[in-house]
Write a protein that binds this ligand. Structure first.
Ligand code: AMP
Ligand code: MN
Ligand code: MN
Ligand code: MN
Length: 283
């Protein structure tokens, strides 16, 4: 861990977080304000499959000494699994990007209705409307989890995921997201960089993680998210090594969704000292 002095002089950057445009609980303006409070100097708002929050975030960022990058977190398929590809610093009005995100939104919308029908059948009431009432943006499984808590079906959101919303459970619906090749290509066509988000959070074996990163690189991917909240120092070093081995740039992102004890905008996202000079970074 860095000592206090090093932490204070560290350039604070957070390139992965969510607003009410998807499953975050703060508006884009509130996200920017919170990032400013936390002394973040470079921020990217990366909502799930949408850039709808970007315009508001940009406006808020202009009022403060913070640089905001356009961002998105694209749900994409690899080897029959859903991965998350973060796109950074692209033109959100590029036609290839708007076409892809419109298609993803359509897929998300259809899946949300189907999840709703499944939960209604098991006594979940009007689950679709319930989940939808939690957002003005994209409907995600996180909104279903909040709804299931609200109606008292489950004690907490973790429980909702584990018992209802993940593969093999009654409320799971497979989505036909774009493949990772498309996500990478479209981000780059729009002038951005493509980052493989939270590589350790896909419940993959060590070998599968290696294969996933190799595929991502082979398909032209640019960067690996090496620092996120709640990691051990060993995990972070491991990801730095993987990034270096595969000639990928390092990105950092809290994946902040809402204020809670352990996941915070711009907090604990440094790259270990021994990799700072040798690992190319995105900023
Ligand atoms: P979706 O993109 O609609 O499939 O929703 C995925 C989102 O749900 C993720 O970005 C997380 O924010 C949230 N999520 C996924 N798994 C869990 C979990 N086990 N507990 C809490 N939130 C989760
Ligand atoms: Mn999320
Ligand atoms: Mn994600
Ligand atoms: Mn995320």
């Amino acid at each position: 861990m860095l000592n206090q002095t090093e932490q204070n002089t560290h350039f604070i950057c957070d390139l992965h977080c969510h607003s009410t445009a998807s499953d975050g609980l703060l508006s884009p303006t509130e996200i920017v304000e919170r990032a400013v409070q936390n002394k973040v100097q470079l921020l990217a708002l990366t909502d799930h499959d949408t850039t709808q929050g970007i315009a508001e975030a940009k406006k808020a960022a202009q009022q403060h000494a913070i640089r905001l990058l356009t961002g998105v977190e694209i749900s994409a398929l690899w080897d029959n699994k859903t991965l998350h590809i973060v796109g950074l610093n692209f033109d959100e009005n590029h036609p290839a990007m708007t076409a892809l995100l419109n298609q993803q939104t359509e897929i998300r919308q259809q899946r949300a209705v189907q999840i709703g029908e499944k939960l209604t059948k098991i006594g979940g009431g009007d689950a679709y409307q319930g989940a939808k009432s939690f957002t003005t943006g994209e409907v995600t499984r996180a909104h279903y989890a909040r709804y299931l808590v609200e109606i008292g079906k489950v004690p907490n959101e973790q429980y909702a995921f584990k018992h209802y919303l993940v593969q093999g459970k009654v409320g799971y619906v497979k989505a036909n997201w774009c493949d990772i090749r498309t996500a990478i290509a479209v981000i780059q066509q729009a002038g951005g960089v493509a980052v493989l988000a939270h590589p350790l959070r896909y419940q993959l074996s060590k070998n599968q993680i290696k294969r996933m990163i190799e595929s991502f690189k082979l398909l032209g991917g640019d960067g690996l998210e090496v620092a996120s909240c709640g990691q051990t120092i060993e995990q972070r070093r491991h990801l730095c090594r993987l990034a270096m081995q595969h000639n990928l740039i390092a990105s950092v992102g809290s994946d902040f969704h809402f204020p809670c004890g352990w996941r915070e905008l711009g907090k604990s996202l440094y790259i270990p000292q021994e990799y700072q000079d040798i690992l190319p970074t995105i900023w």
